[in-house]
Design a protein around this ligand. Structure first.
Ligand code: ATP
Ligand code: MG
Length: 444
């Protein structure tokens, strides 16, 4: 029980440090994940050796001085990149995020005390076993995220821990201990001081977690702290026979339907209806949200820019939010047209968004269209046929039209596009003679 098998690299590095007279342990996320029976994605070691002493132990390996000031050295050993960090105590904190000074220590307990949550504050040694000073193992068994020490103090030291708490709860499908949870709520404004890139990374992991919807429901105030644009959705009744949940609850239910690990799917679901409150109108039939997708795109963009999402993610999310309502049909022509606008991957994400959106409608209107399951077969067919979808693969080029006496310019562009449309729709084959003949006829 409580035995963990370290990776070969971690075991070798640990042995090497100890042979040189230092103490070393596996620590943090890898110990937690291994105890949960999950594959640890990277192994971190903590050691009594000072960074330069660690570096000296690994003179024959590649050593990267990752964060030497914070005591972290990355060692490449047996094809693994191991982070080895000196035992440390964090001094006073500035700006709710950064310790002003870090002091190295020679005792493991100092190092474990500075860690954020009990389940992240356990160390393991192949011979000495588990070092669990804060009840991490029992919290792991009870599936609870609990701060090491006083939650308020720990959040005031570093506001990012507020988001880390909800992110771990979502990713691990844990609950948050009562006092920790109440301070997550109480301290949420500290998130305003945290670098937006860090907020984004935690939000992404929260969204992609197993319990994302439940956590966002319980900690809606935290979500609104980083995305105030969502506030009007909370409690916004839809007065529609298609919907029995308010906009936020619908969003959460849709999110809960997906098991896709794709950030694109999850971000799109989170933001797809954010424009609804701003477009609400009412008539004798009830509430309407005409044009909401376009407003959702604008608000989504505002959020993603503030949180510094990369351009590719922003563009994909905006496309999918804009199209989340699109009446998808299992028709070859329509699917080809979609593939002109979306990559195959984006199309699959859109199908998943549409499926989950539908499942979160009112009873009776919550059945996804059968087309959603058929469209992938059409995509396969289109791919197998190597169908022409863009000017790049059209059998005539500008030069061919030039030979017909059509000058380069907007007219030529328009003609190429018309020919492409005809090929995509199946009205013309993608063959040079047929296309040139059609071009000749069109320019007569
Ligand atoms: P994962 O890598 O799966 O996200 P992890 O627990 O390894 O989980 P990291 O961010 O890699 O998380 O951090 C490694 C360890 O460092 C954590 O387990 C925790 O002990 C400690 N730690 C990380 N960030 C903080 C923080 N902001 N405050 C206190 N301790 C932290
Ligand atoms: Mg880690």
């Amino acid at each position: 029980m409580n035995r963990i098998t370290l990776s070969a690299g971690a075991a070798a590095a640990l042995r090497r440090l100890e042979e040189q007279g230092f103490e070393a342990y596996a620590v943090g996320g890898c110990v937690r994940d291994a105890l949960l029976g999950r594959a640890a994605h990277d192994w971190d070691l903590t050691t009594s050796a000072l960074p330069e002493e660690t570096a000296a132990c690994f003179g024959d390996c590649r050593v990267i001085e990752t964060g030497i000031r914070h005591g972290t050295v990355t060692v490449l050993i047996g094809g693994e990149a191991l982070e080895i960090t000196t035992y440390r105590r964090d001094g006073a904190y500035a700006d709710n995020r950064h310790p002003v000074e870090v002091t190295f220590s020679r005792t493991l307990s100092d190092d474990l005390s500075r860690r954020d949550f009990t389940v992240n504050a356990m160390a393991y040694h192949p011979e000495r076993g588990l070092v669990d000073l804060f009840g991490g193992l029992s919290d792991l068994r009870a599936r609870v995220i609990r701060c090491v020490g006083d939650p308020r103090t720990r959040f005031e030291e570093d506001g990012l821990r507020i988001l880390r708490a909800v992110r771990f709860a979502s990713a691990l499908d844990f609950s948050i201990a009562e006092e920790t949870a109440s301070q997550v709520h109480a301290c949420r404004a500290l998130l305003d001081n945290i670098a937006r890139e860090r907020v984004r990374e935690e939000l992404n992991r929260l969204l992609c977690g197993r319990r994302a919807a439940g956590i966002l429901r319980e900690f809606t105030d935290v979500a609104l702290q980083i995305m105030p644009e969502l506030a009007p959705c909370v409690g916004f009744a839809q007065n529609s026979r298609y919907h029995c949940y308010d906009v936020w609850e619908h969003t959460l239910r849709a999110l809960d339907e997906t098991s896709s690990p794709e950030l694109l799917v999850r971000l799109t679901i989170l933001l797809h209806d954010i424009g609804k409150p701003a477009t609400y109108t009412e008539d004798e039939k009830g509430g309407h949200f005409r044009g909401h997708a376009e407003i959702s795109v604008q608000l989504a963009e505002q959020i993603m820019q503030r949180l510094r999402y990369d351009n590719a993610t922003q563009e994909s999310v905006k496309k999918l939010v804009r199209m989340h309502d699109f009446p998808l049909k299992a028709e070859l022509r329509q699917v080809k047209r979609l593939l002109q606008k979306l990559t195959e991957h984006e199309l699959y994400c859109l199908l998943e968004v549409a499926r989950c959106d539908r499942l979160a409608h009112a009873p009776g209107y919550d059945v996804p269209s059968p087309a959603l399951a058929q469209i992938p077969l059409l995509v396969e067919q289109i791919r197998a046929e190597g169908a022409c979808l863009s000017l790049k693969t059209l059998a005539v080029k500008g030069d061919d039209l030039l030979a017909l006496g059509i000058p380069p310019g907007p007219r030529m562009g328009a003609l190429l596009r018309t020919l492409l449309d005809a090929v995509v729709d199946g009205r013309l084959p993608n063959e040079k003679t047929a296309l040139l003949e059609a071009a000749r006829r069109k320019t007569k």
